[in-house]
Structures are given as structure tokens and as C-alpha cells.
Write a protein that binds this ligand. Structure first.
Ligand code: XUL
Ligand code: CO
Length: 436
């Protein structure tokens, strides 16, 4: 097949002085930062659904994306051809991992059996291309939110036959992910929630969701898939309320239903902000529970109230993200998946390159800055010192659960608190800006 992007060269690192829009200014894949190459730190992944399948429509108009390689049909041949285009894209942009939904890579056909067969044929090509290029599957997932049968949920559907269809799709998608050597598997419950409580039995739906996850864990063990499962929190859109609304809600659900050892979280920026948090907040909640598995890297728009899935360009944001990632010791199975799309106005194939270059460069700067802040040590030292009273004998007794209110009362009666130290927020903000 002829090239899909004939005018695009392999994107190279040219350094901060380059004026070439098709070059990296910051992302130098093999450069070591804190003892590890940039590409190992970041483990960038391309999202099949956005790169290959997103027509760039919005609620007010149809898609605009030019995809000259795509014949617009639901044929398996067209799906197999897209795989080649996608691998050409990954090669030229220099991204080593990818993520997909079953229905992005292969068409949904008349019957589940026909869809499964189509998925197997496309997976054959994905495997072949992976073996030829060394690219890897970061995670796979099943799309349980587009087809009208899932309009009222899949694993939380009121209807058993819909639940069964979702289960069958997940069974197949885990199997294909395993066959492709996928490092993880994602559950994003786009329709696992409700539009109204008036017709919803929340308790029953949540119990069904937990049973669904337990059956998935059983299946994973049965076929020998060792990668983690990830839940991807999101509060709303498409439903009014999604059960996996944020990192804390997901962790509570996993603990309540005895699932935590099998799951980590895949935290997405624009989902955290829709939940009314910062990305740094939700990442920290996940990391504190030792459950930060992977990241869907994007951003929202302050003025638009939905999931705009824009590419991350804000250095402050990428710095905060990389601070959490570095402080937890880096990714293991996870990575930074660009769950992000071009604007509807950026409809030419070359725009796929501009947006990924921007995201990768923004993260490269974030990584360098976060690493410099950690090596400098002043920020870490300040936070440590702020809590140093807890290192006293009594502080240690409280932290280890061996103190009583009476002992604390003794301290309180002895000490007259006349002043407490400043939190120095602005001084520390200035410190971070020294590095940015
Ligand atoms: C939707 C979203 C999904 C998940 C995978 O908001 O983020 O693409 O990442 O289903
Ligand atoms: Co996502």
C-alpha cells in the first residue's frame, strides 16, 4: 500500500531553537533525565479511536476530518488497511505504544459472532505489524457505549440480555488484548450510571457492576492475562451521573467489592476537571492508594463545559502530572495515552502530527521541570519540614495508632498555641516558576 502521509518525514528532535513545525523542540526520546530516557519515563501511546476513527464532529455539525485512506465502509478490508496507516503514523511520530477499543479497530457487524471474527482478522494484522515494528499495545478495551443497545448501560443495564452482550464483548476484548501482548486492560463506564434516579435501582446496578468485574477477573486468570485492569474515572457525559465518578469513588467501589488487588486507575485530565478536581488531585488520590496505573493525557477547555479532549499544551499542568509520576517512581505497565483529538477546524492529516508533537513536547518540558524541582529539593524539604512535629514521640504514637485523646489533652494543656508557621504558598509558587 502507498504511504498515507507521503509528505511527512519521521519527526526528529531539533532542539529549542528549531523553527520547523514538524520537529520536536523538547522531546528527545533517548536523552536521559534523572537516569532514565525520556521515552521510558513517558511511555507515550496513540489512541486508535482518535487518530484513525474520529471524524471530528461536534453536537452542532458532522465530521470534517480528511481521511483519504479510508473508503468509509464497514468492511474488514478497510479496517485492515487502517492498521497499516496507523502503524505508519506511529512510526513517523515516534510513539511506541497504542490503545484501542474493539469497535475502533474492527467493525460491529450483524451478529456478535461476525463482529468477533472481524476483530480476530484485524488483530492478526495488528499482531503482524507489532512484530515487524516492535510497537506495543498499552491497553485494550471494549466499547460498551456507542451501540443503541447500551443506551441504558452495559454492566449496569436493567436488562440481562444487554448485560450478557457487554460481558461477551469484554470477554473477547480481554482475549484479544492478551493475544496482542497488551500490558493492561481498561474499563471506562461511559454509560454505567444514570440519567435519572426516578427509574434507577442504584444498589442493584452497582452490585451487578461488581459481579461483572469479578467475572472479568476470573476470565483474566483463566486465560493467563497478567496485566492489570484499570478503571477510568469520569463523573458525567454521556450520562448525568457515572458511578466511576472520580478516583475516590472508584477506589471506594473497588474496596467495597473486594476488587482492589486486581485494579488500578487510568486517570484522565479532562475527566478529573469535569469532576471538579484538578488532575493533580485525582492523580494524588490514586497514587496514595498505590493505584495510579496509567494516564489518559489531554485537557479540557475552561469555557466549554464538556469533555473536549484537547491535546495538553500547558507546561504547568504537565509539570504537575510528571511530579506525581516521578514521585511514585514512574510507570510500570502504564503510560501517557493521548486520549485527545484535533479541533474540528484542524481537519487535515498533517494536523495529526502537529497535535501529537505539541503534546509530546509539553510533556518533555514537564518532565525536565519536575525532575529539576525534585533534584533541587527545596520544595520537598519544605513539605517535609511542615510536618516535622509528627516526627516527635507523640506524633509517632498517633500515626501508629497508639495514642489516646487524653495524651493529646496533656500536650494541649501544656502548650498555649500563640502562632503557627506560614504555609508559604506564594513563595512555593514562585519557586516552581523559577523552573518553568
Ligand atoms: C471517554 C474516554 C474513553 C476511554 C476509553 O471520555 O476517555 O475514550 O478512555 O473508553
Ligand atoms: Co480516556
Amino acid at each position: 500500500m502507498s504511504e498515507a502521509f507521503p509528505d511527512i518525514p519521521r519527526i526528529q528532535y531539533e532542539g529549542p531553537n528549531s523553527k520547523n513545525p514538524l520537529a520536536f523542540k523538547q522531546y528527545n526520546p533517548d536523552e536521559a533525565i534523572g537516569g532514565k530516557s525520556m521515552k521510558e519515563h513517558m511511555r507515550f501511546a496513540a489512541a486508535y479511536w482518535h487518530v484513525m476513527r474520529n471524524p471530528l464532529g461536534d453536537p452542532f455539525g458532522p465530521g470534517t476530518a480528511k481521511m483519504p485512506w479510508d473508503d468509509g465502509s464497514d468492511s474488514v478490508e478497510n479496517a485492515v488497511n487502517r492498521v497499516d496507516v496507523f502503524f505508519e503514523f506511529m512510526d513517523k511520530i515516534g510513539i511506541d505504544y497504542y490503545c484501542f477499543h474493539d469497535r475502533d479497530v474492527a467493525p460491529e457487524l450483524e451478529t456478535l459472532q461476525a463482529s468477533n471474527d472481524a476483530l480476530d482478522r484485524v488483530a492478526d494484522r495488528l499482531l503482524q505489524r507489532q512484530q515487524e515494528t516492535g510497537k506495543k499495545l498499552l491497553w485494550g478495551t471494549a466499547c460498551l457505549f456507542i451501540h443503541p443497545r447500551f443506551a441504558q448501560g452495559a454492566a449496569t443495564s436493567p436488562y440481562l440480555d444487554v448485560y450478557a452482550h457487554g460481558a461477551a464483548q469484554v470477554k473477547k476484548a480481554i482475549e484479544v488484548t492478551h493475544r496482542l501482548g497488551g500490558l493492561g486492560y481498561v474499563f471506562w463506564g461511559g454509560r454505567e450510571g444514570y440519567s435519572s434516579l426516578i427509574n434507577t435501582d442504584m444498589k442493584r446496578e452497582l452490585d451487578h457492576l461488581a459481579r461483572f468485574m469479578h467475572m472479568a477477573v476470573d476470565w483474566k486468570k483463566e486465560i493467563g492475562f497478567e496485566g492489570p485492569f484499570y478503571i477510568e474515572p469520569k463523573p458525567r457525559e454521556p450520562t448525568t451521573h457515572q458511578y466511576d465518578s472520580d478516583a475516590a469513588a472508584c477506589l471506594n467501589f473497588l474496596r467495597e467489592h473486594d476488587l482492589l488487588e486486581h485494579f488500578k486507575l487510568n486517570v484522565e485530565t479532562n475527566h478529573a476537571t469535569l469532576a471538579g478536581h484538578t488532575m493533580q488531585h485525582d492523580l494524588t488520590v490514586a497514587a496514595n492508594a498505590d493505584a495510579l496505573g496509567s494516564i489518559d493525557a489531554n485537557r479540557g477547555d475552561e469555557l466549554i463545559g464538556w469533555d473536549t479532549d484537547q491535546f495538553p499544551t500547558d507546561i504547568y499542568l504537565t509539570t504537575q502530572i510528571m511530579l506525581v509520576v516521578l514521585n511514585m517512581g514512574g510507570f510500570t505497565t502504564g503510560g501517557l495515552n493521548f486520549d485527545a483529538k484535533r479541533r474540528r477546524e484542524s481537519h487535515e492529516p498533517i494536523d495529526l502530527f502537529h497535535c501529537h508533537i505539541g503534546g509530546m513536547d509539553a510533556f518533555a518540558r514537564g518532565l525536565k521541570i519536575a525532575n529539576a524541582i525534585i533534584e533541587d529539593g527545596r520544595l520537598g524539604d519544605f513539605v517535609k519540614a511542615r510536618y516535622s512535629s509528627w516526627d516527635s514521640d507523640l506524633g509517632q504514637k498517633v500515626e501508629s495508632g497508639n495514642a489516646s485523646l487524653a495524651e493529646l489533652e496533656t500536650l494541649a494543656l501544656r502548650n498555649n498555641i500563640s502562632d503557627i508557621p506560614s504555609g508559604r504558598q506564594e513563595m512555593l509558587e514562585n519557586l516552581i516558576n523559577e523552573f518553568i
